[in-house]
Every structure is written in C-alpha cells, then in structure tokens.
Design a protein around this ligand. Sequence first.
Ligand SMILES: [Zn+2]
Length: 266
Amino acid sequence: MLSWLRRRRRSARASELMPSQAELRALVAGWPCLARLDGDALQRLGRLTGEVLAGKDFHGAGGLAPDRADCLPVALHAALAVLELGYEALDGFQSFILYHDEFEVDLEEIDDDGLVHRGRDLRAGEAWHGGPVVLSLADVLQSGQGDGYHVVVHEIAHQLDSCNGEPDGFPPLPATIRRQDWTNSFSAAFRRLERTLATGTEPWIDEYAAESPAEFFAVATEYFFDRPDSLLRHEPDVYRLLALFYNQNPASRTNSACEQDRTRLH
Ligand SMILES: [Zn+2]
C-alpha cells in the first residue's frame, strides 16, 4: 500500500516537475546524445525526467544550493540511461549530491605489505554502493557531447551494477541475456583493451575502462549512449549486450530522423 501511495504521489508531482516542451527542446539542442532520440522517445524522456525530479532528493555540497536549472540536466541524463527500463531501475539509490565542479575525496589504500596509504583525489562523479550518486555539475554539462564522456550514465551504470552486490561489471541481467554470453563477451573485450594498452597503442576507448571490470562496464555504457557507432564498430558483442541490457539501440538513431522529429515538438 505504501509503495502504491508513493508511486501515486510521485506520479502527480512528476507531472508538475517534468520539463515543458520549450525546456526539453532547449536541452536537447545542447546534447548530441539526446538529439538522436525520436519524438516519441523524447516525450517519454521528458516524463521520466519529471519522475526523477519528483522521486529523488537533490542535495548541494561545497557551497552549492542546487536549483531546478542544476537538477534538470542530471535528471534528464539519468532518465536517458533508464528510458526503456523505467524509473524503478533507479530504486537502488535515493539521492544525488551535486558540486559546482570536481570534488576532492579522501583515499585510503592498503598495499601488498599491509601499509596504509592515505591521500586525496579529484573526482567528477562517484556512486556509493546503495548510497547517493555524487556529481560535478561542470562535468554533467560537458557530458554527452559525442566524445564518449558521460559522467551521469557512468555513475548510473555503477548503481545498476550495485543491485546485486559490490559493482563488478556483472549487474542483474534481463532474461534476454545469457550469463555466459555476458561473461565471455565482456571478459574478451576487457582483455583486448589490456593487450592494446600493453603494446603502448592508444585505445579506441578511454583507458580508464581498464581499471576493473566494473569500470569497463561503466565506460562502455558512456560510449553506448554517447559514441554508439564507435562501440558498435570496435566491440560489437559488447554493444549488442548493452542494447539488450538497456533495451535501447542508440546506433540506430540518426540525426536526420531527429531533425524531423524535433520540428514536431511544440
Ligand atoms: Zn567509475
């Protein structure tokens, strides 16, 4: 009963908070990864953006008091990641924490000799297991420009990966994907990237993907949404599996189709 009530309240509030057609048109114009969506998908994206704004908490940090203009692109890109999965796919976390720019985090590592090393690192985004998604707004605005960088879908990928334990590049899979297919295809792609880096050759994908299988999945997700042609060309099996996982096919969206559809928005 409680979840039904919550859903109903969220739905009512989502209608109030969803971007207007004019807002949606302005936002889409600034992001090539959104500009590829057709008219129907854009309408659903707007609705889902309203649900994210209504259902999640947005907190500021580092002196930022986020307003609607700050939260809107975050919700919009989170909605893109789960456009065909639905709002419930984001149930694993409740809050976004937003900074103006990159933020410092404390690091603690234990080396092979058991020595503890402490330091600080600058981050554009961070996803806590079961906890908030932390984002630099400057990086959110730089995301989705067609160069394979997309901090929001990267962190959402980590959250989806966290739904069955610590992120390991093996999220809960839909029935359309065989576990062995996922393991074989992602492991092979990860090893290919490691071999490329070992030869000193510049890889086609951000080399951060080689940090771990979890990072490979998150960075591959960035390319899936932001440079789908490149992912499809270099790692067709990974592309195919992500298309099944997200139930989207970004490489099939053409800018010309989008130009036609965009003119239909009022
Ligand atoms: Zn990551």
